[in-house]
Design a protein around this ligand. Structure first.
Ligand SMILES: Cc1cc2nc3c(=O)[nH]c(=O)nc-3n(C[C@H](O)[C@H](O)[C@H](O)COP(=O)(O)OP(=O)(O)OC[C@H]3O[C@@H](n4cnc5c(N)ncnc54)[C@H](O)[C@@H]3O)c2cc1C
Length: 114
């Protein structure tokens, strides 16, 4: 959920985009403080992003989608420290998503803003 560019305690600020392209969703954005993403046993994440358009109701524009960690376009940028502790091995990671494609069926409970 949390993103470096916006106050993420309010989910309506989320800027990561989840765009439909045929049988897939394409994700672009940046997250940080993602606990567990630094663990080699972490195989899949739940990502919250924006599927709604500018016309969608403010509180019905955010969707959650399953994203396998080994999907092309995912970069684990860096582990983040809390008061000097990196919480290794689970880690809190900054993650970059660049044209990350997942199957349409990975959407949880359907698309918001549709
Ligand atoms: C160790 C650690 C692990 C974490 N793990 C995860 C994780 O696994 N996944 C994940 O998504 N996130 C994770 N986070 C991030 C955490 O959820 C966010 O830091 C938190 O939601 C606050 O968001 P923010 O950092 O953007 O702060 P902001 O939203 O910018 O808030 C900063 C301060 O401003 C206040 N504030 C914000 N908006 C307003 C407003 N409109 N009016 C008045 N006050 C306001 C807030 O109450 C807060 O005190 C983790 C953070 C830490 C430190």
């Amino acid at each position: 959920m949390t993103e470096p560019a916006v106050a993420s305690s309010d989910a309506t600020n989320i800027r990561t985009m989840i765009m439909r392209d045929g049988d897939h969703w394409v994700i672009n954005g940046r997250k940080h403080w993602i606990t567990g993403a630094g663990n080699i046993d972490c195989k899949i994440m739940i990502l919250m992003g924006r599927t709604g358009t500018a016309e969608s109701p403010t509180y019905r524009s955010q969707s959650q989608i399953l994203v396998p960690m080994d999907t092309p376009g995912i970069t684990l940028v860096r582990p983040m420290e809390t008061f000097g502790d990196d919480d290794c091995p689970k880690g809190h990671m900054e993650i970059l998503f660049e044209d990350v494609r997942v199957p349409a069926s990975n959407m949880i409970w359907g698309e918001a803003g549709a």
